[in-house]
Ligand binder design. Structure first.
Ligand SMILES: Nc1ncnc2c1ncn2[C@@H]1O[C@H](COP(=O)(O)OP(=O)(O)O)[C@@H](O)[C@H]1O
Ligand SMILES: [Mg+2]
Length: 225
């Protein structure tokens, strides 16, 4: 089973992945958690290029580097793990490419899809959790994480933050469009819910896929969030 987590930075993906990994391990499910880019020797080198010279890479160059890293990871790590029956959790997958490089950077979606198809070898997530949050709230979390003062409408920093906000607004819209196209694969969650509430909803969606765990071990569906 392949489970992916999507959402803009600060949405709470890493937090929920940690909880889900722990829960799955408790159910004696073999789990592999991976994060792009990276995961193989070659993919790690590509990660270095992407992180070190990010500012000098064109959008298309960046798309192809991410995709090269992904192709390595899918072929050498993810597909073999799935074949041995492991559950793989991915912190971002190709939906991020559509949202960030497509909607965020403005690369043509059909062209983008060709590159995605080439790099994932027909692999699709069984389940994708999308943690929805406004860029403003995501940024507030980032500010508080780094103990920075909150200032959306100030001088220099603000201009940067504003362009950041516009970018993330497009990315969020991208996610919402993708979800409309492939509703059956997605579980949309309100990222402002409490971590434990989100975790419960995630378990409810994952449980039916876990052998011998047709129902969540904890209470029943409850009253939503
Ligand atoms: N449901 C939540 N409610 C409030 N704060 C959260 C929640 N989930 C995560 N956080 C906090 O928000 C920040 C970003 O979370 P993180 O899991 O790192 O997000 P991501 O991996 O999507 O960037 C962290 O400081 C985390 O503790
Ligand atoms: Mg994270």
């Amino acid at each position: 089973m392949l489970i992916t987590f999507e959402g803009i930075d600060g949405a709470g993906k890493s937090t929920q992945i940690r909880k889900l990994r722990k829960w799955l391990a408790e159910q004696e499910v073999e789990v592999l958690v991976l994060r792009e880019p990276g995961g193989t020797a070659t993919a790690e080198k590509i990660r270095d290029i992407l992180l070190e010279s990010r500012d000098n890479i064109s959008p298309i160059g960046e798309l192809l580097l991410f995709s090269a890293s992904r192709a390595e990871l899918v072929q050498k790590v993810i597909l073999p793990a799935l074949e041995t029956g492991k559950t793989v959790i991915l912190d971002r997958f190709f939906d991020s490419t559509t949202a960030y490089q497509g909607y965020g950077r403005g690369i043509d979606r059909r062209m983008l899809q060709t590159v995605i198809d080439l790099s994932v070898f027909s692999l699709r997530p069984d389940l994708t959790f999308y943690l929805d949050i406004s860029p403003e709230n995501a940024m507030l979390r980032k500010f508080s994480e780094k103990s920075l003062p909150i200032a959306f409408d100030d001088t220099e920093l603000d201009r940067i933050e504003r362009s950041g906000l516009d970018f993330f607004r497009r990315v969020r819209q991208g996610y919402l469009d993708i979800i409309k196209e492939e509703a059956e694969r997605f579980v949309v969650l309100d990222a402002l819910d409490k971590p434990q509430t989100l975790h419960k909803r995630i378990i409810e969606s994952v449980s039916p896929h876990v052998p011998g765990k047709r129902n969540p071990s904890e209470s029943s569906t409850g009253d939503g969030r």
